[in-house]
Design a protein around this ligand. Structure first.
Ligand code: MN
Length: 277
């Protein structure tokens, strides 16, 4: 299974959460909310083959942490993955949209300068602004819209721009799920938990939320669960093999053999209450 957006560093016990990810054979993208949290969060993934750590600066923290953009740029060479980044136009954050846009633009420019990254992107109540920013920096890499909750017209535009989508249980169980999911290209969808902000009970890593998400997705795709699982695993393989841009080793999907080297193409969420670092 695949969890392409979770916050391992924000669990009460990050190492217990990472142990559970490993035990369940999950490929996880461990995103961060501040550049300062990145070095410590990479330690959680150390020695764990299926966990990768993304460098982030969460839009809900941009007004407090914009001073860390320099650190973000300095750390960027250490990872092929960026997240959580983006824009948030929800209550309490819309008034900081100016600084959020400035931070997000600088991040995208840095990603572009670095040759492109795989990016997990937050777009709550700001999907048009996020797509506009991505359109201004086409070299920034591969955008994966996390927990997309914007209008269907924006989902269509994102898909036309080549974006991917990571979907979790709250999104798949929403009233609009069927309409939204129908617009997402099946070969560009991954699952996510956004844990511990969503799907988590008692501070444990929610493996079952991922299997439930696969079941929901299968129902929406009118496919069987096994075929859905195969599609998702194939999507992750495509992602790691075609994003070039990622010069760093990515997920070990090849049973220990060196990954295929290819010259391919260059390659609504809740509130963030806590952050380490
Ligand atoms: Mn998140």
């Amino acid at each position: 299974m695949i969890d392409f957006h979770c916050h391992l560093d924000l669990f009460p016990s990050p190492s217990a959460a990472a142990d559970e990810v490993e035990r369940s054979g999950i490929y996880a993208l461990s995103v961060t909310t501040t550049p300062k949290a990145f070095p410590k969060t990479t330690m959680i993934a150390k020695g764990r083959k299926r966990i990768r750590t993304a460098l982030g600066l969460h839009p809900q923290l941009a007004h407090e942490r914009h001073g860390e953009v320099g650190l973000f740029v300095r750390l960027l060479g250490e990872t092929g993955y960026v997240g959580e980044v983006g824009l948030d136009g929800g209550d309490g954050f819309a008034e900081h949209m100016g600084v959020q846009k400035d931070v997000f633009d600088r991040i995208l420019r840095a990603c572009s300068d670095a040759g492109g990254k795989v990016m997990s992107i937050h777009s709550r109540h700001a999907s048009a602004e996020v797509l506009d920013a991505l359109a201004r920096q086409p070299g920034a890499g591969l955008p994966i819209l996390h927990w997309f909750s914007g209008p269907t017209a924006h989902a269509r535009r994102a898909a036309e721009m080549g974006a991917w989508f990571s979907v979790g249980l709250p999104m798949l169980r929403s009233r609009r799920a069927a309409a939204l999911v129908a617009l997402l290209p099946r070969d560009r969808v991954l699952t996510e938990t956004d844990a511990p902000f969503a799907s988590t009970t008692g501070g444990q890593y929610p493996s079952s939320a991922l299997s439930d998400a696969v079941v929901c997705l299968a129902r929406l795709w009118d496919a069987d669960v096994e075929a859905t699982r195969r599609q998702l695993n194939g999507n992750l393989r495509t992602l790691t093999e075609t994003t070039v841009a990622i010069r760093r080793p990515t997920f070990d999907l090849h049973g220990g053999r060196p990954p295929l080297v290819r010259l391919g193409r260059a390659a609504s969420p809740g509130r963030v209450d806590a952050s380490n670092g």
